[in-house]
Structures are given as C-alpha cells and as structure tokens.
Ligand binder design. Structure first.
Ligand SMILES: [Zn+2]
Length: 267
C-alpha cells in the first residue's frame, strides 16, 4: 500500500518549510526512514507551539524630523532570528516609525532612558505586548551600545552597533537587549552566552558562528529559554487554521504510531 501526505508549516516570519513525505512498505522495515518520519512530526508538534515577539522600531530624529537614527531600518535580523530560534521565538519587526525630539537623540543616564520609554507619545506601539525599540545617536557618550529594561518593555540601541569593527557591526546587541526585556539578567559563566555582558561575550560576525554552528556564540541555556518563553512579550504565532490543523494531524499520527508500535519515542 502506498499513501502520501503533504503538509506545509509556518515556522517563522520568513521561513516556510515544505515537507513532502512519501511512505510505503519500506517504512516498516527501514529504521532510518522511520526516524526521519518521526522527527518530521516532532517538528510539526514543535511548530504548533511556536511563538513570536513583535518589535516596534522607533527612529529618534531631531525636532525638525531630520538626522534620524537607523533611518535605513537595519536590525541584523538574520542574526537576531537565529539567536532566538534557540527558544523557538521568531522576532518580527514592524515598519520603522519616527519620534522627533532632539533632546532624546542622545541619552546619558538611566533617568533619560526611563523618561524616553515611559513617557507617552514617544512612538510606542498601542499594544502593550509589542516591544518598543528606540534607535538613537548615542548612549552614555558612546560608551554603551544598548539598554534594556529587565523584565519590562523598552530597549534603546545606539547607532554605534552599525559602525562597530569598521562596519561589521555588533550583531548581537539587539538580541541581547531583547533578552533583558524577557527577564534575562547578565551571566559571567561563559563568553559564549548571549547574556554575558558586552565586555565579556564573543560577538557573532555573521549567522555562521551563532549556536549551534561554528564556535557557537550567543547561546541560551534551557533555564533562560524557559524564562524567556514565559514573558508576556512572547505571543503565539497567528498560524493560519489550515496549517495548524495539518500540524495537529501530524502530532496525532505520532501518537497513533507510538501506540501501534509500542515503542518509546523521546519527545
Ligand atoms: Zn546587558
């Protein structure tokens, strides 16, 4: 008997995985094919619980609306997404908005930062679960790349992350500050950890050295992933009902196979 099924999963904002699996009698006798099938369905079950952080980027400009920070709207999105993919969290950036106020183009104290984030009318998104991220010229006279509230909404990013290392950029700062908003504090345990302070941690130069690849920088621990996933800023992916239904069918098939075969599958 030959039967086929096909399903499409939406795993991330830009990633669509197409799984096409053809099954026949080989499956019963071929352990490799069987494990491929099981892991495919594992991803289906996993994707069923995928979640997202929506970010409102806000470019701070002068009073006249000129001299805007990060007007090109760069977010090192490939690196940011790969880092947070460790926690099955997709980072999705809304269109850039502007906030015109010369006095906030550079900030020099925590008081300035609190005022920038907590004063209404500074470009914040109307939805409280959307993470507000301001891009500005300078923080603490150029000594700080980014600031983020611990366990609360609000990030500031300095333009220096784009000019760092002759323009290579500090590609993990946005991901790191998001981590603070998700209630992750600093750790000094390893320079490979995302939440090591900027003075300690190794910075990715591209996606190829971000965990689990290359030297494995920007790592999140299981405990950090659990903490991050419990943040109110992390919301379920609004998956089209048909995809969700197909993923559910995949999950049920795994259960049926487990019962039928009586084998233990580590999930
Ligand atoms: Zn930090």
């Amino acid at each position: 008997m030959t039967f086929r099924y096909f399903f499409v999963l939406r795993l991330g904002n830009h990633q669509i995985l197409h799984y096409y699996i053809e099954m026949n009698g080989l499956l019963r006798t071929n352990p490799m094919l069987r494990s491929i099938l099981i892991s495919t369905f594992f991803f289906a079950c996993h994707a069923f619980g995928a979640s997202i952080i929506v970010v409102q980027p806000i470019s701070v400009c002068n009073d006249a609306g000129g001299d805007c920070s990060n007007s090109a709207g760069q977010y090192f999105e490939a690196e940011t997404d790969k880092i947070w993919n460790q926690a099955d969290i997709d980072i999705s950036f809304l269109p850039l908005t502007e906030f015109h106020n010369s006095s906030f183009q550079s900030i020099n104290s925590n008081t300035d930062f609190v005022s920038l984030v907590n004063t209404p009318g500074h470009g914040q998104h109307a939805t409280s679960t959307v993470l507000n991220m301001w891009f500005l010229k300078e923080i603490d006279s150029g000594t700080v790349s980014g600031l983020g509230f611990l366990g609360a909404n609000g990030v500031a990013i300095a333009d220096s992350i784009f000019t760092f290392a002759d323009g290579a950029g500090r590609r993990d700062t946005i991901a790191h500050e998001i981590g603070h908003n998700l209630n992750l504090d600093h750790t000094n345990e390893s320079n490979l950890r995302l939440m090591a302070p900027g003075s300690l941690r190794l910075k990715p130069t591209n996606t190829l050295n971000i965990f689990p690849d290359g030297v494995g920088v920007s790592q999140l621990t299981a405990a950090e992933i659990a903490t991050a996933q419990s943040s109110p800023l992390v919301v379920p992916v609004p998956e089209p009902a048909s995809y969700a239904a197909l993923a559910l069918i995949g999950c049920l098939l795994v259960v049926v196979r487990r019962r039928f075969q009586g084998v233990a599958i580590s999930m």
